[in-house]
Ligand binder design. Sequence first.
Ligand code: ZN
Length: 235
Amino acid sequence: MLLAEGSANARNYELTVTHAVLVSLALIGLISAGYVAGVAVTTHRVDILSDSLAVQAEGIQALSTHIDTVEARYLRIAELFGARANALSDLWLPPVGRDGNSGRSVADETRPTSWPLTERGFVTQALIEGVVGEHPGLDIAIPTGSYIRAAGGGLVLEAGEDPLYGRFVRLDHGDGYGSLYAHASATFVETGDLVRQNEVIALSGSTGRSTAPHLHFEILRNNEPVDPLTILDQP
Ligand SMILES: [Zn+2]
Protein backbone atom coordinates (compact mmCIF):
# COMPACT_ATOMS: atom_id res chain seq x y z
CA MET A 1 0.00 0.00 0.00
CA LEU A 2 2.66 2.36 1.03
CA LEU A 3 4.86 1.11 -1.79
CA ALA A 4 2.04 1.27 -4.28
CA GLU A 5 1.21 4.65 -3.03
CA GLY A 6 4.90 5.49 -3.09
CA SER A 7 5.18 4.13 -6.63
CA ALA A 8 2.19 6.12 -7.66
CA ASN A 9 3.67 9.22 -6.05
CA ALA A 10 7.00 8.52 -7.69
CA ARG A 11 5.26 8.16 -11.06
CA ASN A 12 3.33 11.33 -10.40
CA TYR A 13 6.58 13.06 -9.48
CA GLU A 14 8.22 11.75 -12.63
CA LEU A 15 5.26 12.97 -14.66
CA THR A 16 5.46 16.33 -12.98
CA VAL A 17 9.19 16.57 -13.73
CA THR A 18 8.63 15.46 -17.32
CA HIS A 19 5.81 17.98 -17.64
CA ALA A 20 7.98 20.74 -16.27
CA VAL A 21 10.77 19.83 -18.69
CA LEU A 22 8.32 19.77 -21.59
CA VAL A 23 6.84 23.11 -20.57
CA SER A 24 10.34 24.59 -20.29
CA LEU A 25 11.29 23.23 -23.70
CA ALA A 26 8.10 24.61 -25.13
CA LEU A 27 8.80 28.00 -23.56
CA ILE A 28 12.35 27.97 -24.91
CA GLY A 29 10.89 27.01 -28.26
CA LEU A 30 8.37 29.82 -28.12
CA ILE A 31 11.03 32.32 -27.07
CA SER A 32 13.33 31.13 -29.86
CA ALA A 33 10.50 31.29 -32.37
CA GLY A 34 9.71 34.78 -31.14
CA TYR A 35 13.33 35.78 -31.52
CA VAL A 36 13.51 34.33 -35.00
CA ALA A 37 10.26 36.09 -35.88
CA GLY A 38 11.67 39.31 -34.45
CA VAL A 39 14.82 38.99 -36.52
CA ALA A 40 12.67 38.27 -39.54
CA VAL A 41 10.61 41.43 -38.92
CA THR A 42 13.80 43.48 -38.42
CA THR A 43 15.30 42.05 -41.61
CA HIS A 44 12.09 42.86 -43.41
CA ARG A 45 12.29 46.45 -42.13
CA VAL A 46 15.90 46.74 -43.31
CA ASP A 47 14.75 45.47 -46.71
CA ILE A 48 12.00 48.12 -46.83
CA LEU A 49 14.45 50.82 -45.75
CA SER A 50 16.95 49.74 -48.37
CA ASP A 51 14.19 49.68 -51.01
CA SER A 52 13.17 53.19 -49.98
CA LEU A 53 16.81 54.36 -50.19
CA ALA A 54 17.01 52.88 -53.69
CA VAL A 55 13.82 54.76 -54.61
CA GLN A 56 15.29 57.98 -53.19
CA ALA A 57 18.54 57.43 -55.11
CA GLU A 58 16.50 56.97 -58.29
CA GLY A 59 14.63 60.19 -57.45
CA ILE A 60 17.87 62.11 -56.99
CA GLN A 61 19.21 60.70 -60.27
CA ALA A 62 16.01 61.75 -62.05
CA LEU A 63 16.22 65.22 -60.50
CA SER A 64 19.84 65.61 -61.57
CA THR A 65 18.96 64.57 -65.12
CA HIS A 66 16.09 67.07 -65.03
CA ILE A 67 18.44 69.86 -63.87
CA ASP A 68 20.84 69.01 -66.73
CA THR A 69 17.94 69.23 -69.18
CA VAL A 70 16.78 72.57 -67.77
CA GLU A 71 20.35 73.90 -67.86
CA ALA A 72 20.77 72.84 -71.49
CA ARG A 73 17.42 74.46 -72.32
CA TYR A 74 18.49 77.67 -70.54
CA LEU A 75 21.74 77.81 -72.54
CA ARG A 76 19.77 77.24 -75.75
CA ILE A 77 17.37 80.09 -74.89
CA ALA A 78 20.28 82.32 -73.88
CA GLU A 79 21.88 81.61 -77.29
CA LEU A 80 18.61 82.33 -79.10
CA PHE A 81 18.41 85.66 -77.30
CA GLY A 82 21.99 86.40 -78.34
CA ALA A 83 23.22 86.26 -74.78
CA ARG A 84 26.67 84.99 -73.95
CA ALA A 85 26.50 81.33 -73.00
CA ASN A 86 29.59 81.93 -70.89
CA ALA A 87 28.12 85.00 -69.19
CA LEU A 88 29.26 83.66 -65.83
CA SER A 89 32.85 83.11 -66.86
CA ASP A 90 35.43 85.63 -65.72
CA LEU A 91 36.38 86.62 -69.27
CA TRP A 92 37.35 90.26 -69.20
CA LEU A 93 38.40 92.36 -72.13
CA PRO A 94 39.69 95.84 -71.37
CA PRO A 95 37.84 98.52 -73.33
CA VAL A 96 39.45 99.12 -76.68
CA GLY A 97 41.18 102.43 -77.41
CA ARG A 98 41.63 103.80 -73.90
CA ASP A 99 45.33 104.39 -74.51
CA GLY A 100 44.71 108.11 -74.69
CA ASN A 101 43.14 110.24 -77.38
CA SER A 102 46.42 111.22 -78.99
CA GLY A 103 46.29 111.34 -82.75
CA ARG A 104 42.53 111.28 -82.81
CA SER A 105 40.46 114.16 -84.04
CA VAL A 106 36.99 114.99 -85.27
CA ALA A 107 38.12 113.25 -88.45
CA ASP A 108 37.30 110.04 -86.54
CA GLU A 109 33.65 111.04 -86.58
CA THR A 110 31.60 108.45 -88.38
CA ARG A 111 27.88 107.92 -88.84
CA PRO A 112 26.40 105.64 -86.16
CA THR A 113 25.93 102.49 -88.21
CA SER A 114 27.34 99.75 -85.95
CA TRP A 115 25.10 97.62 -83.76
CA PRO A 116 25.68 99.11 -80.28
CA LEU A 117 26.38 95.72 -78.66
CA THR A 118 28.85 92.94 -79.34
CA GLU A 119 25.86 90.60 -79.30
CA ARG A 120 22.54 90.72 -81.03
CA GLY A 121 20.38 90.76 -77.87
CA PHE A 122 16.64 90.87 -78.33
CA VAL A 123 14.75 94.00 -79.35
CA THR A 124 11.82 94.30 -76.95
CA GLN A 125 10.74 97.81 -77.88
CA ALA A 126 11.08 99.68 -81.16
CA LEU A 127 10.93 103.38 -81.82
CA ILE A 128 7.48 104.88 -81.28
CA GLU A 129 6.92 108.35 -82.67
CA GLY A 130 4.27 110.80 -81.54
CA VAL A 131 3.42 112.25 -78.19
CA VAL A 132 1.39 109.35 -76.77
CA GLY A 133 3.52 106.34 -75.87
CA GLU A 134 6.56 107.91 -77.47
CA HIS A 135 9.73 105.84 -77.28
CA PRO A 136 12.67 107.59 -78.92
CA GLY A 137 14.81 104.50 -79.56
CA LEU A 138 15.31 100.77 -79.18
CA ASP A 139 15.21 98.65 -76.06
CA ILE A 140 17.51 95.68 -76.49
CA ALA A 141 17.29 92.99 -73.79
CA ILE A 142 20.78 91.83 -72.90
CA PRO A 143 22.34 90.40 -69.72
CA THR A 144 23.95 92.84 -67.32
CA GLY A 145 27.67 93.26 -68.03
CA SER A 146 27.42 92.89 -71.83
CA TYR A 147 29.62 95.22 -73.89
CA ILE A 148 28.07 98.45 -75.13
CA ARG A 149 30.05 99.89 -78.01
CA ALA A 150 29.97 103.16 -79.87
CA ALA A 151 27.72 102.88 -82.93
CA GLY A 152 29.95 105.46 -84.60
CA GLY A 153 33.13 107.38 -83.86
CA GLY A 154 32.98 110.81 -82.29
CA LEU A 155 33.01 112.90 -79.16
CA VAL A 156 31.58 112.00 -75.76
CA LEU A 157 29.12 114.86 -75.23
CA GLU A 158 28.14 113.56 -71.82
CA ALA A 159 28.78 110.55 -69.63
CA GLY A 160 26.86 110.62 -66.38
CA GLU A 161 23.84 109.55 -64.37
CA ASP A 162 20.19 110.42 -64.74
CA PRO A 163 17.08 109.30 -62.79
CA LEU A 164 15.45 108.08 -66.01
CA TYR A 165 18.40 106.86 -68.08
CA GLY A 166 20.56 105.66 -65.18
CA ARG A 167 24.23 105.58 -66.17
CA PHE A 168 24.37 106.81 -69.73
CA VAL A 169 26.70 107.98 -72.50
CA ARG A 170 25.76 110.51 -75.17
CA LEU A 171 27.93 110.75 -78.29
CA ASP A 172 28.20 113.37 -81.00
CA HIS A 173 29.11 111.85 -84.36
CA GLY A 174 29.17 115.10 -86.33
CA ASP A 175 26.98 115.96 -89.32
CA GLY A 176 24.07 116.39 -86.89
CA TYR A 177 24.19 112.77 -85.71
CA GLY A 178 24.15 111.76 -82.06
CA SER A 179 23.60 108.55 -80.13
CA LEU A 180 22.61 107.67 -76.58
CA TYR A 181 23.25 104.54 -74.51
CA ALA A 182 21.27 104.19 -71.28
CA HIS A 183 20.75 101.95 -68.19
CA ALA A 184 24.45 100.96 -68.15
CA SER A 185 25.96 99.29 -65.09
CA ALA A 186 29.31 101.00 -65.75
CA THR A 187 30.73 103.56 -68.16
CA PHE A 188 34.34 103.71 -69.37
CA VAL A 189 34.39 107.14 -70.99
CA GLU A 190 34.21 110.70 -69.75
CA THR A 191 32.74 113.87 -71.16
CA GLY A 192 35.17 115.22 -73.76
CA ASP A 193 36.71 111.84 -74.70
CA LEU A 194 37.00 110.86 -78.33
CA VAL A 195 35.84 107.35 -79.18
CA ARG A 196 36.27 105.16 -82.21
CA GLN A 197 33.42 103.32 -83.91
CA ASN A 198 32.86 99.96 -82.12
CA GLU A 199 34.88 101.04 -79.08
CA VAL A 200 33.50 99.54 -75.86
CA ILE A 201 32.24 102.54 -73.89
CA ALA A 202 30.10 100.91 -71.19
CA LEU A 203 28.65 97.71 -69.73
CA SER A 204 24.93 97.04 -69.95
CA GLY A 205 22.79 97.03 -66.84
CA SER A 206 19.45 98.08 -65.43
CA THR A 207 20.14 101.46 -63.80
CA GLY A 208 17.63 104.33 -63.86
CA ARG A 209 14.01 103.64 -64.75
CA SER A 210 14.39 100.06 -65.90
CA THR A 211 12.75 96.84 -64.77
CA ALA A 212 15.14 94.38 -66.42
CA PRO A 213 18.68 94.47 -67.86
CA HIS A 214 18.59 96.09 -71.30
CA LEU A 215 20.21 98.76 -73.41
CA HIS A 216 18.08 101.77 -74.30
CA PHE A 217 19.65 103.09 -77.48
CA GLU A 218 18.81 106.23 -79.40
CA ILE A 219 20.08 107.76 -82.61
CA LEU A 220 19.37 111.45 -83.06
CA ARG A 221 19.66 113.62 -86.12
CA ASN A 222 19.57 117.35 -85.34
CA ASN A 223 18.22 116.34 -81.92
CA GLU A 224 15.27 114.46 -83.43
CA PRO A 225 14.98 110.69 -82.83
CA VAL A 226 15.69 108.54 -85.87
CA ASP A 227 14.68 104.87 -86.08
CA PRO A 228 17.99 103.06 -85.41
CA LEU A 229 16.79 100.05 -87.43
CA THR A 230 16.87 102.22 -90.59
CA ILE A 231 20.54 103.17 -90.02
CA LEU A 232 22.27 100.34 -88.17
CA ASP A 233 23.91 97.32 -89.75
CA GLN A 234 21.96 94.63 -87.97
CA PRO A 235 23.65 91.46 -86.77
ZN1 ZN B 1 13.80 102.42 -73.77
